[in-house]
Design a protein. Structure first.
Length: 117
């Protein structure tokens, strides 16, 4: 990934990042990621935020598995956490999760993992 993207390891094979663009999907694949999970609702950041559909198309073109699990920044419901846990079991690794800053994805991951403990 380019030096402009701040990746935070949240597990051995899971990383969190701030908002990614469709153009970043090829870099993610080149960096060795196998899947991307977008945790940001479309248009949350206004019309300049890339849509999930655009990111998904670029991810698939780069050979990445893609999941869109949009959640709010301040609260993730038990259903959303369970959906994340299911996605974590099915998506190939290494996995790159992203949202606006990376914090929401990190929190969602931690809550989903706690469900399985």
């Amino acid at each position: 990934m380019s030096n402009s993207v701040s990746l935070q390891p949240i597990a051995e094979d899971v990383y969190a990042a701030p908002q990614l663009t469709p153009e970043a999907m090829a870099s993610a694949a080149e960096a060795g990621f196998k899947a991307v999970m977008n945790n940001r609702p479309d248009m949350e950041g206004g019309p300049d935020q890339p849509t999930s559909a655009a990111i998904e198309a670029a991810a698939k073109a780069a050979g990445l598995a893609y999941a869109h699990l949009p959640v709010q920044g301040g609260y993730q419901s038990p259903e959303e956490i369970a959906q994340c846990a299911a996605l974590l079991k099915s998506l190939p690794r290494p996995l790159l999760m992203f949202c606006r800053s990376g914090a929401r994805s990190t929190r969602l991951y931690m809550q989903a993992v706690a469900l399985g403990e």
